[in-house]
Design a protein around this ligand. Structure first.
Ligand code: ARG
Length: 464
């Protein structure tokens, strides 16, 4: 046959009267980046071939030849011996051309009832489903590392901030568990996105379906898809699933970036709350004393790149008429890079957080500095009968007095406190202590170490 892939220098047909321009070839080829889809392309092709054989669309000898040929293609790719050809444009045509060299006419029958349009949509879904599963494992490991750190630091007290001003003392464990909540919602979002990733486009063919009596349910079952696509035009052109993934990934990176910002602050000399394991830091080529938190800084930076990929995909799709357009080839690099960046970042953070060293004394000293128990004192006065607004005002005056004499609220004497209100008793001391303050916020969701331990237990069960 004159149009056979193995004998022609370009992939499609005898229709073309001159070879494609060299720059056009490089411009339009995707094999440089989509070859990583190969394992999934082969898996999907085998499922398609088995279905074609079971429906009698190809013979059983053809199927045997395809299976044998594909086994060799797979081996060549795994061993790095496969010869990828730019002139064959993409992973699909490269694999099929090599299969045809190995399996002859059977290889040429594989594409029956199929188009690269439903093929590529299937491959990306398989690839992304696998990526999501690996990301979920890394996300879980990070959550577990944070839960374990939180458990060790349920009683470690740090200043809690609003507006980055010392607000109230909190348990460091409680602070860490805030991130566990964020990453827990992220895991839910990924699981939800996975349901819509996990639908089979094959059978949509180029755009309109096919006249061959394909058994789409059989292919879906073999490939582990939960359902088949219900509209062929949508099936070949839909990239919502990739956008949803990138949106979930962006939000994860936003959470990582917030954590990173805190780690960078906490590690600065001005805070001195933590040390990162040396293997996560780098030095300076000029300042011998420097140890820099490069990993959190880079993660903060890489969040911008992942968010950029989300924008790229949204803009990629917004002007496309139905059905498949070549624009869609541009979905892969942002998608691949998003998954790669996310997986690396989460894996690094799980290990880094597990190795975090905490200077509990530095945290405590810092919490003692910003009148962090002022709210507790106001609440104390309320319990002694003052209206809250009056109590607020009285404590504000006391803080002003402290500032004038360079002291913290906790350092005022009982006599001075009694000048605020005669009802102040010696039991006020407990209220002004960091431990008393933190322990008093003992309602569900509060920062009391008892609550933190309950959350740790719940999360441990959830993550087990
Ligand atoms: N490499 C293409 C892509 O990534 C595969 C589908 C091409 N289909 C086509 N009719 N040109 O989207």
């Amino acid at each position: 046959m004159s149009s056979s892939l193995d004998r022609k220098s370009q992939a499609w047909s005898a229709l073309f009267s001159e070879p494609v321009d060299a720059l056009v070839q490089r411009y339009t080829a995707s094999v440089g980046f989509d070859k990583r889809l190969a394992p999934f392309d082969i898996q999907a092709s085998l499922a398609h071939a088995r279905m074609l054989a079971s429906r009698g669309i190809i013979g059983s000898q053809d199927l045997a030849d395809i299976e044998r040929g594909m086994a060799q293609v797979r081996e060549e790719i795994e061993q790095g011996r496969f010869e990828w050809k730019l002139e064959l444009e993409d992973v699909h045509l490269n694999v099929e051309a090599r299969l045809t060299q190995l399996a002859g006419d059977a290889g040429k029958r594989l594409h029956t009832g199929r188009s690269r349009n439903d093929q590529v949509a299937t491959d990306i879904r398989l690839w992304l489903r696998d990526a999501v599963d690996r990301i979920q494992v890394a996300l879980r490991a990070l959550r577990l590392a944070l839960v374990e750190l939180a458990e060790r630091h349920a009683d470690t007290i740090m200043p809690g901030f609003t507006h980055l001003q010392v607000a109230q003392p909190v348990s460091f464990g409680h602070h860490l568990l805030a991130y566990v909540e964020m990453f827990g919602r992220d895991a839910e979002r990924l699981a939800d996105a996975r349901r819509r990733i996990n639908r089979l486009p094959l059978g949509a063919a180029a755009l309109a379906g096919t006249s061959y009596p394909l058994d789409r349910e059989m292919v879906a079952r073999e490939l582990g898809f939960e359902a088949i696509s219900r509209n062929s035009l949508d099936a070949v052109s839909d990239r919502d699933f990739a956008i949803e993934f990138c949106a979930a990934a962006s939000l994860i990176m936003v959470h990582v970036s917030r954590l990173s910002e805190e780690l960078v602050l906490w590690m600065s000399q001005a805070f001195g709350f933590i040390r990162l394991p040396d293997r996560y830091c780098t030095g300076s080529s000029i300042m011998p004393q420097k140890k820099n938190p490069d990993v959190p800084e880079l993660a903060r930076g890489k969040s911008g790149r992942v968010i950029g990929h989300l924008s790229a995909l949204l803009v990629l799709m917004k002007g496309q008429p139905l059905a498949y357009n070549k624009d869609n080839q541009e979905d892969k690099e942002p998608l691949f890079d998003t998954a790669d960046t996310l997986l690396d970042t989460l894996s690094l953070f799980a290990d880094m957080m597990a190795g975090l060293e905490v200077d509990a004394q530095a945290m405590r000293r810092s919490a003692l500095k910003g009148h962090a128990t002022a709210t507790d004192l106001a609440d104390y006065l309320v319990k002694k009968g003052l209206p809250f607004r009056d109590a607020h005002e009285a404590v504000a005056l006391a803080v002003r007095e402290c500032a004038a004499s360079g002291r913290d609220l906790g350092e005022l004497t009982l006599a001075e406190l009694q000048r605020l209100h005669p009802a102040v008793q010696p039991d006020v001391a407990e209220v002004l202590r960091l431990e008393g303050s933190v322990a008093s916020r003992d309602l569900p969701g509060g920062t009391a170490p008892r609550q933190v331990r309950e959350q740790v237990a719940r999360l441990r069960a959830e993550l087990a």
